[in-house]
Design a protein around this ligand. Structure first.
Ligand code: NAG
Ligand code: NAG
Ligand code: NAG
Ligand code: NAG
Length: 556
C-alpha cells in the first residue's frame, strides 16, 4: 500500500560524490513560478504551474512502517493538466531538493496505494529525504485509500477518464512532468530515473514497465496488485468459501489453524524461527485436525469437518463449482483478519460482522446497488461478479502483458519483491506473472537479466509480519542499474519477539532459504539459498484455454 522508507545515508554519500566530481556546475534556478515553463506531455495540456519554496516541512508517520520525517526543505511545483478530449483536472506534484549539492542526480516517480493513484506528501517525503527529485499525482480524483467512489459520475455512469488515469496514463504523465521540471530547475537531466511503489504502487510500476518502456531506468515494484479485479474479488472469497462449507469460522479459530500450520511447517527450512520459509513444501491439511480441541473466546471448540473444509477452501483461493481454481489463495500460516471478522458470543453464536471496505467495489462500481450484501452471496452469484469485474475492468486494470522486450531493450531493470504472508495480495499472483514472462521471453535465465523477483517469507503486505523485511531494495536496484551489479539476494531485517535483530538475505525466485544447521539462526550468514535457477525455455507445457482467459480465469 505504500513505499518503504529507504536508508538515505548511503544515497547522500553518493550524492556528494557525484556533486563533487561534476565539473559543469550550473546554478540551480530560483524556486518560483516564473522559473518553469509547461512540460510537454503526450496527450495532455498543462493548465497551470505554480512553484514555491517550502521549508521545515514535517511528514507524520501516516502508516505504521513509515518513519516520521521532519525539517524537509524543497521546491514544490504543482502542475495541473487536462487530458485531450477528457473532462479532467489532474495534479502532478514535484518536489526538488533546493540546490544541486542536495540533489542525488536522480529522479523518482512514486506510486499510489489502494484506491489512491498517488500518495503525494506521504510518498514524496521519503524521496526528498533521500535526495531525489520526485513526483506524485492525484490522478484527477479525490485522495481516498478506501473507496473507488470517484470512479462514478453523479448519474452513476463510470468516469472512464479517471479510470484511465488511475490505471495507466497518469503514471506516465508524472514522469514527463517531473523529469522536465527537474531539468529546468538544475539545468541538466537526472542521470537516472526510477519508479518506487508497493501494492497499487507496485502494480503501477509493472504498468510502467509494460506500457511505457523508455521512460525510466529502473522500476522497484513490491507486492504488486496485478490482475486487480481478481485481487479485489478474491478479498470476499473467504466469506463465500465459508458459506459453501456451511459454517462460519471465527478469527480466533483461523489463528489457531495458522499456528498449527506454523508448528508443522516452520522446521521445513531447517530452523524453527517462527517463519515458514517455503510454503510450497508445506503439506499442512486442516482436515487432519478434525476432532482436535482449541480454546476460543472462553469456549472449548472441537474442530469439525465443515470447519476444516472452510479453512481449506479459503486458503485454496477462489475455486469454481467445477473445481477450477481461478486465483491463488494465501498460504497456510498467514493471518486472515484483514478479510474476516467472525465473532463468537457467550452463547457460542457466530456472527459474520460487517466486512468493512471489502465489498465496496462490487457494491458501488459493479452493481451500483447500495443494498448489495456480501454476507449472502452464493457461489454462482460470486463468480458472475468475478466475470463481470474482468469483462468490464480486466482490459485496463489487469497489468498482465508478459512481453517486456521493449522495456528490456532499453536496458531498464525491474526489481520486485513480495511478502509470502501477504494476506491482501497472494504472492503467488506475482509468481504466476513472472512465470508467464519466462514462458514468453526465453526462460528464467533470460528474464533474470532484467527482471528479478524476491519472495519474503513471513512478511505481510508491503512490510510487517514475523519475517525479515527488505531494508533498502531501492539501493539494490540502483546497484543493478548504475553499477551493473544484479542483486543475488535482498538484505532484510526485523526484530523477533524478544526484540533481537534478525537478518536475512532474501532469495531470488525460485530459490528458497535453508538454514545451514550451524550458527545463529537470527543471522543471515547462517542461511543459504537453495534450488535451481528455474526453468529454461522449452520446459513449459501449453498455455491456458482462451475461454478461461476471457473470463479472467487465467493469464493472457
Ligand atoms: C452521465 O454523466 C456523464 C458525466 O457528466 C455524462 O457524460 C453522461 O452522458 C451521463 N450519462 C447519462 C446516461 O446521462
Ligand atoms: C469486527 O466486528 C466487530 C463488531 O462489529 C467490531 O467491533 C470490530 O471492530 C471488528 N473488527 C475488525 C478487525 O474489523
Ligand atoms: C448484511 O446482512 C447481514 C446478515 O443478514 C446483516 O447482519 C448486515 O447488517 C447486512 N449488512 C448490510 C450493509 O446491509
Ligand atoms: C444463488 O442465489 C441466487 C439469487 O438468490 C439464486 O437465484 C440461485 O439459485 C442461487 N444459486 C445457488 C447455487 O444456490
Amino acid at each position: 500500500m505504500f513505499t518503504m522508507v529507504s536508508t538515505f545515508v548511503l544515497l547522500q554519500l553518493c550524492a556528494s560524490v557525484v556533486a563533487a566530481t561534476n565539473e559543469n556546475f550550473q546554478n540551480t534556478r530560483n524556486c518560483e513560478t516564473s522559473t518553469f515553463t509547461a512540460p510537454v506531455i503526450p496527450g495532455a495540456k498543462v493548465l497551470s504551474i505554480t512553484a514555491k519554496e517550502r521549508r521545515n516541512v514535517d511528514i507524520p508517520a501516516a502508516i505504521a512502517s513509515f518513519q516520521p520525517l521532519s525539517d524537509l526543505n524543497f521546491c514544490e511545483i504543482k502542475v495541473y493538466l487536462a487530458h485531450l478530449g477528457a473532462n479532467d483536472r489532474v495534479l502532478v506534484e514535484t518536489w526538488l531538493p533546493l540546490s544541486q549539492d542536495l540533489w542525488n542526480d536522480r529522479f523518482q516517480a512514486t506510486g499510489g496505494g489502494a484506491w489512491a493513484t498517488g500518495m503525494l506528501d506521504i510518498a514524496l517525503g521519503p524521496a526528498i529525504a533521500s535526495g531525489y527529485a520526485a513526483s506524485s499525482t492525484d490522478g484527477g480524483h479525490p485522495f481516498d485509500f478506501f473507496t473507488p467512489d470517484w470512479m462514478l459520475n453523479e448519474n452513476k455512469s463510470i468516469n472512464w477518464d479517471l479510470v484511465h488515469n488511475f490505471a495507466t496514463r497518469s503514471l506516465a504523465d508524472q514522469v514527463y512532468v517531473g523529469k522536465s521540471l527537474t531539468e529546468q530547475f538544475y539545468g541538466r537531466q537526472p542521470r537516472y530515473s526510477y519508479w518506487n511503489g508497493c501494492s497499487q504502487g507496485g502494480r503501477q510500476g509493472y504498468t510502467v514497465a509494460q506500457r511505457y518502456p523508455g521512460l525510466l531506468d529502473g522500476v522497484l515494484a513490491a507486492a504488486p496488485a496485478l490482475k486487480l479485479p481478481n485481487v479485489i474479488m478474491s478479498g470476499i472469497w473467504p466469506i463465500v468459501a465459508m458459506h459453501e462449507a456451511g459454517t462460519l469460522v471465527s478469527n480466533c479459530e483461523f489463528s489457531w489453524f495458522a499456528s498449527k500450520a506454523l508448528e508443522e511447517c516452520d522446521i521445513l527450512d531447517g530452523a524453527k524461527d517462527g517463519v515458514i520459509g517455503n510454503p510450497e513444501a508445506c503439506t499442512f491439511d486442516p482436515l487432519r485436525l478434525v476432532g482436535q480441541k482449541m480454546e476460543c473466546s472462553g469456549h472449548k471448540i472441537e474442530v469439525t469437518g465443515a470447519m476444516a473444509d472452510a479453512v481449506r477452501n479459503v486458503h485454496r483461493g477462489p475455486t469454481t463449482p467445477f473445481g477450477i481454481n481461478v486465483f491463488p489463495g494465501v498460504p497456510y500460516g498467514t493471518p486472515l483478519n484483514a478479510f474476516l471478522n467472525v465473532t463468537i458470543d457467550s452463547n457460542g453464536v457466530r456472527t459474520l460482522n460487517d466486512p468493512g471496505v471489502l465489498d465496496v467495489f462490487p457494491r458501488t462500481i459493479l452493481l451500483k446497488d447500495s443494498n448489495f450484501n456480501v454476507s449472502k452471496l452464493n457461489t454462482s452469484e460470486y463468480f458472475a461478479l468475478w466475470v463481470q469485474a474482468n469483462e468490464e475492468y480486466g482490459w485496463i486494470l489487469n497489468t498482465e502483458h508478459s512481453d517486456l522486450s521493449a522495456f528490456r531493450d532499453t536496458g531498464a531493470r525491474l526489481l520486485s519483491w513480495h511478502g509470502i504472508n501477504d494476506p491482501i495480495i497472494p504472492y503467488q499472483n506475482t509468481v504466476k506473472y513472472r512465470q508467464h514472462v519466462e514462458r514468453e521471453m526465453g526462460g528464467a535465465k533470460a528474464v533474470d537479466n532484467f527482471f528479478r523477483l524476491f519472495l519474503a517469507p513471513g512478511v505481510e503486505h508491503c512490510g510487517l509480519g514475523a519475517g525479515a523485511v527488505p531494508k533498502d531494495p531501492l539501493e539494490s536496484l540502483l546497484g543493478w542499474v548504475e553499477r551493473g551489479e544484479p542483486p543475488e539476494t535482498l538484505t532484510s531485517e526485523t526484530r523477533n519477539q524478544d526484540g533481537e535483530l534478525v537478518t536475512r538475505d532474501l532469495c531470488r525466485y525460485p530459490r528458497v532459504p535453508k538454514y545451514l544447521a550451524i550458527g545463529d539462526i537470527n543471522k543471515a550468514s547462517s542461511w543459504s539459498c537453495e534450488g535451481v535457477d528455474g526453468a529454461e525455455e522449452g520446459d513449459f507445457a501449453g498455455g491456458l484455454k482462451d475461454g478461461l482467459k476471457q473470463a479472467g480465469l487465467g493469464w493472457d
